[in-house]
Write a protein that binds this ligand. Sequence first.
Ligand code: ADP
Ligand code: MG
Length: 543
Amino acid sequence: MSTKMNFQTETKKLLDLMIHSIYTNKEIFLRELISNSSDAIDKIRFESLKNPEILNGDNKFEIKLELKDNKLIIEDNGIGMSYDEVIENIGTIARSGTKKFIEELKKEENNTNDLIGQFGVGFYSAFMVAEKVTLETKKYNEREGVIWKSEGNGEFTIDKTEKNNRGTKITLELRKDIEDEIKLDEDKIKELIKKYSNYIKYPIKMEIEKEGKKELEILNSMESLWMKNKKDIKKEEYDEFYKETFHDWIDPFEIIHTKAEGSIEYTALLFIPSKLPIDYYSKNYKRGIQLYSKNVFIMEKYEDLLPEYLGFIKGLVDSPDFSLNISRELLQQSRQLQIVKKNIEKKVLNTLENILKKDQKRYIEFWEQFGRSIKSGIYENLTNKEKLENLLIFKSSFEKDYTTLNSYIERMKEDQKYIYFASGENVESIEKLPQLEAVLDNGYEVLYFNDSIDEFLVQMMREFKGKEFKSISSNDLNLKNEEEVKKLEKENGSLLEEIKEILKEKVSEVKLSSRLKTSPVCIVTGNMGISTNMEKILKELDQ
Ligand code: ADP
Ligand code: MG
């Protein structure tokens, strides 16, 4: 005798929404059902570790799909459910994700369509594509099976039934009225498995017609690269994975594969591309990292796992702590996610630091693509400011090569007070600056700022390890012969006055200079003022 029962009021509301929603992402139902099957297999596998006999010979774990007429069947040999468990799990809302979903629903300001999209909402999502759902299940330690049926209209029936094999079989009678939106044929199913469930650990099998014959085919690749042991992965495998997943044709510059265990568990597989994407600085560029939970795909391009300045990084993070049923908003508030974020940012910075230390040539390759991003990180980022500053490199008068600020400081002369820099469009034009030679003559090294943001950057930094930055076009350079010049200036006061008379308001002061050797005159900016180059840049911005 089958028993008729009512769903809880809240479940009813949810089902109603599912069925009548015009929400377009109906395809996620398959991900949800398959992840439930995978969880159920995990559970029986875990139980069988203690007691292998419970498997009763049925130890080939698998998920089978069958598509026939208007029916889609999803069957697993997982742990199964008892009568009471079916009522508990499928009839009432006890699930964390679903509960949150309902709470959000109650808030009037929320748009229901958005909400369904944000939450996976589990088993009930079947009703987005099915007008009738039948679930048959047998728990491994029960003698009888259970059959549950519902048309999503507020009630379900439940009954005991004959079922021989352990596990759960779900039959969906597909809705006709959604065919325009989602046509569930063989190809579509294959596509959905690849997209959402490719890395499920157990084979997902389906009978496929091939040259008139039916053949059982495995639709998923089963093994996720990131869950494998690092030692067992070849560089080529990483490269292939990167190119295929992130649509690049060049091998990545660097691979970061890291696992964390303990209070927060996650695996991150990150890639630094070799080339800056051409649209990186355009509005079209979408940064972000893929999210997975135990091999199940949750989200493409989640922006809040890395700070903005690391937007060029590609990759994914897989964590059992990310629930499938979670919205971007809730995720953002999650403490765990904030910790993961902090950790992986640090990991990226440490990796770069290592490259810089071990192989400066290689670091320069990186720098020429992404140096600007590191600089912009200094604006954005207060927590890792020091780490980022250590990653800065500039061309300099020393061997005309790139230098870090640390190496600059190591080479500083004993009497040298400042970190000198000269700005210009390129190295050649910087080297023609008349002010340069006096500073070099003092034996002081000068950084060449040929990126328009460099000067803004040091204005913001002010100093590095206690040494102030100083433009060679400012008027107090603290050069050795400055005392002598002051004396000369006193002696020639009237001459200087006269020149100032002639130039009038074109200049604010006329002074003798200690910084010229071969050029007779040069224009300098005031102590507090910006350099002539920066003035030029600001003028350009103004136009
Ligand atoms: P969640 O997976 O987040 O718990 P779902 O709505 O997807 O929420 O599933 C509800 C519950 O129903 C699961 O937690 C599980 O206990 C049970 N369940 C669903 N599908 C299966 C299945 N194939 N085998 C065994 N139990 C299942
Ligand atoms: Mg689920």
